[in-house]
Ligand binder design. Structure first.
Ligand code: NAD
Length: 503
């Protein structure tokens, strides 16, 4: 086993010493990691590192996930990982190490601060200073996809109450810990009333516990447009996985600094810190890479482990180095730079400035926030669940919805009736429109024949599971190809399923 090495040579190790697993990564990874570790050491941070091997070498040795048993065990022991970028080999069979790590280690929050460094780095938005907190485990990224008919594939969007509670509370706690003033929730609940609706509802519920923090909710499409045109209006943004993935790249690009941003992946027990860029094989080994993205990730890591003073020292020296015009090739410009430097010279210039603050860019005061974020365990509330019917999905390779409706109306249905048929969510039976385009994928909704319905508040009588099973058997016996079913439930009397468009 490789012994942990205390990076702080000037300080006596204390019992507060935190140990961290470190993966140098591929391509430019080793160069920028060496520079980063050198800076952390020079800043006197009270931290020790134990190296692990993940990425290309592991993939090529036959480990298809890019990580082996020893690395898992080391990460589990230290619970904090600083990771360089990884090269994912081309070709089938190799799984993304990042996705594997996020899911295996329960890294539920992806935190990406993006700050403009005007006038030293070109940007249209000099005052931009936003932190995007993206849910990291759920949503369409659960990766549950199926082809159901010749025409139709589906991807399940899974949003859970514990997932929403964790990420939303994390965002508010982050705002408090880092002295941020406002949290904006971004959803699309005008369309996805149940999934995005849950995210929005949880935001309102938990937000009520943080009256000291301003809060608002915006629809993701207009919110993205505003973020792209008025990023200064945003402070902390919390959103689900896919939206967060997209807007965090937009934000990084707007600040003019994709190569400069770091990110934190936070779990309940483990956290992983990395740059947002990849392994840049085109410049690997040339002492050209900008170590700033990884360094900013390391700054977040230091705050996470309670070394906020060292974090501020590094961040302020970094800002000063940028101000003083020592720029790597990716951010060099005749107008704003004094000297084009390589990775090592950048690190040397930064180390010389440890203890200094920037002159015109606001200084970093990470140590003024508590940096501590504790989340309560999830408690599931008891709910009364009532079975009200079933959506039966059929593969039926014809186009006449009326014909399908009449065939299903005629089939044997024990105490149940066909309520409607939709195609791609639009009601096509009864009373469909000839213009509606139909695929071979039909959702047929069956409810109790004792249904009471009003337009505003549909109420269905309860049905039993044996009734549903008999119904499925009858539909199968009538010659239909059932591809899946979704039960219709009410939870504490509230309808737990969406209506068809036009239902
Ligand atoms: P990339 O981010 O590695 O490079 C894109 C461009 O940005 C290149 O021109 C590169 O030279 C430049 N660049 C990136 N980081 C830089 C830095 N620190 N300093 C100066 N210039 C920098 O993206 P890519 O080329 O699409 O991917 C290369 C490899 O990285 C692929 O194997 C990809 O799978 C992997 N990747 C890994 C991660 C990760 O480990 N988190 C993230 C993204 C991509």
């Amino acid at each position: 086993m490789i012994a942990a090495q205390n990076m702080s040579t000037e300080k006596e190790p204390t019992n507060r010493l935190t140990t961290v697993a470190v993966a140098h990564g591929d391509g430019i990874g080793p160069e920028i990691m060496d520079a980063t570790l050198r800076i952390i050491d020079a800043a006197g941070a009270n931290v020790a590192f134990e190296p692990i091997s993940v990425g290309e070498a592991q993939y090529l040795s036959g480990e298809t996930s890019g990580i082996g048993k020893h690395a898992w065990e080391t990460i589990g022991r230290h619970r904090v990982l600083l990771k360089g970028p990884i090269t994912t080999p081309q070709g089938k069979g190799y799984k993304s190490l990042n996705v594997t790590m996020r899911k295996t280690l329960g890294l539920f929050a992806n935190v990406r601060p993006v700050q403009a460094l005007h006038p030293y780095i070109e940007t249209h938005f000099p005052k931009m200073d936003v932190v995007i907190i993206r849910e990291n485990e759920e949503d369409l990224y659960a990766g549950i996809e199926h082809q159901q008919t010749a025409d139709v594939v589906q991807c399940l969007k899974l949003i859970t109450r514990p997932g929403c509670e964790k990420i939303v509370r994390y965002a508010f706690e982050y705002a408090r810990a880092y002295g941020r003033k406002k949290v904006t929730c971004m959803v699309k609940d005008n369309i996805m009333k149940l999934t995005d609706g849950l995210f929005h509802r949880v935001f309102d519920e938990i937000g009520a516990e943080y009256p000291d923090i301003k809060q608002d909710t915006q629809i993701i499409d207009i919110a993205s447009a505003r973020l792209a045109t008025r990023p200064e209006d945003y402070d902390v943004i919390v959103t689900s996985n896919l939206y967060g993935d997209i807007i965090s790249d937009i934000a990084a690009e707007l600040a003019g600094s994709v190569g400069m941003a770091g990110s934190a992946n936070i779990g309940t027990n483990v956290a992983m810190f990395e740059a947002i860029h990849g392994s840049a094989p085109d410049i690997a080994g040339k002492d050209m890479a900008n170590p700033s993205g990884l360094l900013n990730a390391a700054v977040m890591m230091l705050v996470h482990i309670g070394e906020a003073e060292a974090a501020d020292k590094i961040k302020n020296a970094w800002l000063r180095t940028i101000e003083d015009g020592f720029h790597t090739a990716d951010i060099y410009s005749e107008k704003h730079s004094k000297k084009r430097v390589g990775t090592n010279e950048f690190a040397d210039a930064l180390i010389e400035r440890l203890g200094k603050r920037p002159v015109s860019i606001p200084s970093s005061f990470l140590s003024e926030g508590s940096g501590k974020i504790a989340l309560p365990a999830f408690t599931r509330k008891e709910v009364k669940k009532t079975l009200l019917g079933v959506d039966v999905f059929l593969d039926w390779p014809h186009t006449d919805a009326k014909q399908l409706g009449e065939m299903l109306d005629a089939a044997e249905k024990p105490g149940m009736k066909l309520k409607m048929i939709t195609n791609r969510g639009v009601k096509v039976y009864p009373n469909g429109h000839d213009e509606t385009f139909c695929t071979d994928h039909w959702r047929c909704r069956f409810v109790s024949s004792e249904t009471l319905t009003t337009d505003e508040n549909p109420e269905y009588a309860q049905v039993s599971m044996p009734q549903l099973l008999q119904l499925l058997d009858a539909i199968h016996q009538a010659g239909f190809d059932i591809i899946k079913t979704e039960n219709l439930y009410a939870f504490d009397g509230v309808r737990g399923f969406s209506l068809g468009q036009g239902e």
